[in-house]
Design a protein around this ligand. Structure first.
Ligand code: NAD
Length: 247
């Protein structure tokens, strides 16, 4: 399905990003596994892809650092000769009520979760325009449309990702580059592992399908958006949340 394609997945050393990297590789893409923290974990993802007969490299870069992002994109292109798919997955949370939220908590979350998407999209655009094709897939969140008490920074960033997706989609459509977003609900990863049982139970009560999602359930939708099967879709947000949000 993705044979010959080259994908860059940010924040791919664990959780949803790791699943996306494995899924794209399983479908034939060569994958650049971006990481900010643990080199060992990123290399473990690369090893898993290679063991399954795929091709991958690990590249360290903070998505909020413009120079680092540009070097990362250059490295992908010099290694594989093209860049067809960008998945903006890297994200962090710094949850607290607005009245207690420090400026640094706001800035850190907006820088990684929104500016990071802008920087990575900007860095791949020239190459994709030259190729006259490309797929950019941004990971937003259900809370980006619903709002969430205690997550104003995260929600603002994830709502921003949806707006950025629509603007990029309009800017890049005439070069055959599609830009779509995926808005996961509550997915079982290290990010949601930090939540208390009480919060998890309250989440479950809001999910019509009555269960948390798995990273693979997001990865499969990303694979669809990365493939030719989604060729006539751009500027869309796909809600993969067990029915939490029904537009
Ligand atoms: P996670 O914390 O397990 O993974 C996030 C990854 O991003 C980590 O590998 C981390 O190292 C990386 N990262 C963080 N800051 C970075 C930076 N500056 N540069 C590069 N990489 C960086 O979280 P996850 O649950 O797998 O979340 C993945 C994405 O899905 C995030 O954007 C998150 O906001 C979004 N999301 C998650 C859920 C959920 O329920 N888990 C729900 C909705 C949206």
């Amino acid at each position: 399905m993705l044979n010959g394609k080259v994908a860059l997945v940010t924040g791919a050393s664990r959780g949803i990003g790791k699943s996306i990297a494995l899924e794209l590789a399983q479908n034939g893409a060569k994958v650049a596994v971006n990481y900010a923290g643990s080199k060992e974990k990123a290399e473990a993802v690369v090893s898993e892809i290679v063991a399954n007969g795929g091709e991958a490299i690990a590249i360290q870069a903070d998505v909020a650092d413009s120079d680092a992002v540009q070097s990362m994109v250059k490295e992908v292109i010099s290694t594989y000769g093209s860049l067809d798919i960008l998945v903006n997955n890297a994200g962090i949370t710094r949850d607290t009520l607005v009245m207690r939220m420090k400026d640094e908590d706001w800035d850190a979350v907006l820088n990684t979760n929104l500016k990071g998407v802008f920087l990575c999209a900007k860095a791949v655009t020239r190459q994709m325009m030259k190729q006259r094709s490309g797929r950019i897939i941004n990971i937003s969140s259900v809370v980006g449309v619903l709002g969430n008490a205690g997550q104003a920074n995260y929600v603002a960033a994830k709502a921003g990702v949806i707006g950025l997706t629509k603007s990029l989609a309009r800017e890049l459509a005439n070069r055959n580059i599609t830009v779509n977003a995926v808005a996961p609900g509550f997915i079982e990863t290290d990010m949601t592992d930090q939540l208390t049982d009480e919060i998890k139970e309250s989440m479950l009560s809001q999910i019509p399908l009555s269960k948390l999602g798995q990273p693979q359930e997001i990865a499969r939708v990303v694979r669809f958006l990365a493939s030719e099967d989604s060729s006539y879709m751009t500027g869309q947000t796909l809600h993969v949340d067990g029915g939490m949000y029904m537009p």
